[in-house]
Design a binder for this molecule. Structure first.
Ligand SMILES: Nc1ncnc2c1ncn2[C@@H]1O[C@H](COP(=O)(O)OP(=O)(O)O)[C@@H](O)[C@H]1O
Ligand SMILES: [Mg+2]
Length: 247
């Protein structure tokens, strides 16, 4: 991380709004977020705080371009380029590149590919689509093993596809997969939701390590103790609730 990178925000959200159009209810509009404005710098961990339904997961999905914004901008600084990309207007190819080199996302659910074992699922983000040479493969597997050990996945499961794993095991695979790379921007949607205390502490350490490597982390942490432990700043989502009657 050079000096300029620490001074410029990794992510700038400005005037961001989201309303859903409910097509199966005659096109009724459901406003969820209005005027979201925040900056995230490398080394920070922002915790999105607010009651269920406040739009926390929606904000992460807007940043990851799973949802399309209704208004506003989401500017992300790409590692490989000096210029920022506005996620709300970028073309699909740029969005894919952003997901490849800049933004990591731990969703609440693991999407697994059938027949791919846990170790390969975890190593995959390091290998990408290009043909990896043997040393890259070995290195990725070594890092994957380290994470599986730290997250207490029993060795007998390492070559089993995670589809049959318990909820907590799948979540740890999801976490390992997302922490194997040093993402400049890392989005975490309740990463500790179904974890025991020991694995929670491991995730807390992984978040601290990611910040130390220069990640800007934005997360939702339902557990207040985890939130207090990891957050360098708390964002109150109440500020971004649509006013009654607004659309
Ligand atoms: N794809 C969607 N279509 C319609 N409504 C949605 C969709 N995703 C989220 N919502 C609505 O947006 C609101 C905020 O949801 P969410 O962001 O999941 O809240 P939080 O994560 O803060 O609990 C909820 O009322 C939810 O029903
Ligand atoms: Mg949520």
């Amino acid at each position: 991380m050079n000096h300029a990178e620490t001074l410029l925000p990794a992510l700038r959200v400005a005037g961001l709004s989201k309303r859903f159009t409910l097509h199966n209810q005659g096109g009724v509009e459901l406003p969820v977020l209005e005027g979201v404005t925040l900056d995230a710098f490398r080394g920070e961990c922002l915790a999105l705080d607010g009651p269920s339904g406040a739009g926390k997961s929606t904000l992460l999905k807007l940043i990851y371009a799973n949802y399309r914004a209704s208004a506003g901008s989401i500017r992300v600084r790409r590692t490989s380029a000096a210029a920022e990309v506005d996620v709300t207007t970028a073309d699909p190819r740029t969005l894919l590149a952003l997901r490849r080199d800049t933004i990591g996302y731990v969703s609440q659910f693991l999407r697994t590919v059938p027949r791919v074992g846990a170790l390969d699922v975890v190593a995959e983000p390091l290998l990408g689509t290009a043909d990896a040479d043997t040393s890259a493969l070995r290195d990725a597997h070594r890092k994957a093993q380290e994470l599986l050990l730290r997250l207490r996945i029993p060795q007998r499961l390492w070559h089993v596809p995670p589809a049959t794993f318990s909820g907590g095991e799948q979540q740890r695979i999801n976490i390992a997969r997302s922490f194997i790379r040093s993402w400049p921007v890392l989005l975490l949607d309740e990463p500790t939701a179904s974890l025991d205390a020991d694995n929670c502490s491991t995730v807390v350490s992984l978040i601290d390590e990611a910040r130390a490597r220069g990640a800007a982390v934005i997360g939702i942490f339902h557990d207040a103790r985890v939130r207090e432990r990891v957050a360098t700043r708390v964002i109150d989502m109440e500020r971004f609730q649509p006013r009654p009657g607004s659309r």
